[in-house]
Design a binder for this molecule. Structure first.
Ligand code: FEO
Length: 171
């Protein structure tokens, strides 16, 4: 049985994941509006992945015999400084998510809730990849600097990202 404190923390993380989805959806639209269609695709895939993360929390809470308490999702920014600025905001946001997953794991461990701890391990590993991806692109953007041709080449690379649905979500 989940403790009330853990249920509240899991619901909060579900909301964090929905906000992440909202943030990247907003970035996708903005990137498309400034002609960076590949980057718009990259952020759209990021949005889809965040919805999968949110639904993992949704399913887990329900599978433990509890119900989800959906809260308002904060509005994300609608204007961004540049692609580099968007990636820097993405990395900062993912670092916040990493710390919130770590705090949630600490709570599960302190309550000796092994099932929740095991469930959270997927997210602990996922956050390593999330931050690494952002750092890689930020590094490339810093090398590109003001070179428009380099930016378009990177944008073409970002167009190749494909959303891979998790096995349980496949039809
Ligand atoms: Fe769901 Fe990007 O962390």
């Amino acid at each position: 049985m989940l403790s009330k404190r853990l249920i509240a923390a899991l619901n909060k993380q579900l909301n964090n994941e929905l906000y992440s989805a909202y943030l990247y959806l907003s970035m996708s639209s903005y990137a498309g509006s400034i002609g960076l269609k590949g980057s718009a695709n990259w952020f759209m895939v990021q949005y889809q992945e965040e919805m999968v993360h949110a639904m993992k929390f949704f399913s887990f809470i329900n599978s433990r015999g509890e119900h989800v308490e959906l809260a308002a999702v904060a509005a994300p920014p609608t204007e961004f400084p540049s692609l580099l600025g968007m990636l820097e905001q993405t990395l900062a946001h993912e670092q916040f998510i990493t710390s919130s997953i770590n705090e949630l794991t600490d709570l599960a461990l302190s309550e000796k809730d092994h099932a929740t701890n095991i469930f959270l391990q997927w997210f602990v590993t996922e956050q390593i990849e999330e931050e690494e991806n952002d750092r890689d692109i930020i590094g490339k953007l810093k090398l590109i600097g003001d070179n428009g041709q380099g930016l378009l080449m990177l944008d073409a690379e970002m167009a190749a990202r494909v959303f891979v649905p998790p096995p349980t979500a496949a039809p």
